[in-house]
Design a binder for this molecule. Sequence first.
Ligand code: MN
Length: 254
Amino acid sequence: MSEPPSKRARWVDFHCHLDLYSDHAELIAECDRERVATLAVTTTPKAWERNRELATDAVLVRVALGLHPQLVAERAAEIGLFESLLPDARYVGEVGLDASPRFYRSFDAQEHVFERILRMCAEQGNKILTVHSVRAVSKVLQHLERALPTDRGHVVLHWFTGSASEARRAVDRGYYFSVNSEMLKSPKHRALVEQLPADRLLTETDGPFVLSEGVPVRPLAVAETVVELATVRGVSPHDMEAQILANLLTLVSQ
Ligand code: MN
């Protein structure tokens, strides 16, 4: 996806933790075989090198450089490593903020790290970020608005669960939304997804954190999410599939 993905791509999984599955290498091969353009997000910059190595020959898998907000409490010091790797990364994630009770204690540190990451991205330009915003949508938007000018980077809000007005705020800034199967189980979030502009939608799995019948979903599961999304939005699955692929191509070729 650093160059537009080849015409081979059919599906899009814009947020999957490939390195947290026991069969990481096999999963990369599966993405190519099943034609899923997949963004392999990482939770610590220490995972970058190994992820890149394994994905070297992959046609449809790209690796994102991340420092997950839920790990900032223990790993804030890895921001230096993050900084040294960033020039090599077109994709950044998973980054963001998490204000849920388990992680709230580190919220100040998370904000500090997120702000630094955004400023570095703004300085280098043209990165594509996949951003976590659990219970912190408004804060995330505030940081993005302050530290990442819209002409200095592209933002995909992953598993977005904000309000309608927060969604509008994000849309006005040109942000994309990657939607997973878990989001579509909630009537409230279905209603939100129904209102998003068609040209800002992407699909994701957030595997292995999302399960289907007790088993972590794999990237090809986005095929079912496309069908669900089509139902929510009242379009044909075929049109939904084409729209999402077109959205990916637009995003990565900016
Ligand atoms: Mn994730």
